[in-house]
Design a protein around this ligand. Structure first.
Ligand SMILES: [Zn+2]
Length: 235
């Protein structure tokens, strides 16, 4: 598991574009490009398997115990297929938008950062990161983690950070009035956090942008619209 460090010897001077990703319990992943991966199916099956486990546990027999292990294997099998699919699509998104890095929040304190997350969610976030990290390398894309402090409370437009900016899935900035889905706002901030860390790196850091659905966000928080070549938008 690789984390971004200020004294990273691998830093180069190449210009980079990054894809920010936010993890959550309702949407397993949301990117700074505005793509959402719903967790509805995951949550449905998570509850189903919990129910099956619960009724088997009440029996308490040896056969029931073995059946519980079988339920666990089925659950992991199903979720692994699902997470592989999400990982592949996240990498496609990064490749399509020309991103060199996929930026996630640091998973060390994910339980504290997402209090609603069950152990299955925490397991899924870690697994998803591992799959992306492993598969992204084949495409020359790197998965990194940044500290998630306040990424859900910070306005991705003006930088104002306040706990009242966010209410559930709705983000509305108290200062500038920017409104959007809270997970999408957080995904942009996660990408932005990587930019800031790069800027503060010992070598001054190479220029980095966060890839949005249209255009990019640079390290000063300025929005750069998509380039127009021959009248065709290259977003
Ligand atoms: Zn704002």
């Amino acid at each position: 598991m690789r984390k971004v460090e200020a004294d990273d010897p691998e830093l180069d001077t190449e210009h980079r574009t990054v894809l920010g990703v936010d993890f959550g319990v309702n949407n397993i992943a949301v990117t700074s490009t505005g793509t959402f991966w719903s967790a509805d199916e995951f949550n449905h099956w998570r509850r189903e398997y919990e129910k099956r486990r619960g009724s088997l546990q009440q029996r308490g027999t040896r056969a029931a115990h073995e059946a519980i292990e079988g339920v666990g294997r089925k659950e992991y099998g199903r979720f692994e297929i699902y997470l592989h699919g999400v990982a592949n699509e996240l990498i496609e998104e990064a490749v399509e938008y020309g991103c060199s890095h996929i930026v996630f929040e640091d998973l060390t304190y994910i339980r504290e950062n997402i209090p609603q997350a069950t152990w299955q969610h925490v397991w899924a976030f870690r697994r998803l990161y591992e799959y992306v990290e492993y598969k992204a390398a084949e495409h020359g894309v790197e998965a990194v983690q940044v500290p998630p402090n306040h990424t859900s409370q910070r306005c991705s437009t003006c930088g104002c950070t306040h706990e009242d900016n966010r209410e559930g899935e709705h983000f509305e900035c108290l200062k500038c009035g920017y409104q959007n889905h809270a997970d999408y706002n957080a995904a942009k901030n996660i990408g932005f956090r990587y930019l800031r860390r790069r800027q503060n790196a010992a070598d001054g850091g190479a220029p980095v942008d966060v890839r949005l659905n249209r255009g990019t966000l640079n390290v000063s928080g300025e929005y750069v619209p998509p380039a127009i070549t021959n009248g065709v938008r290259k977003a």
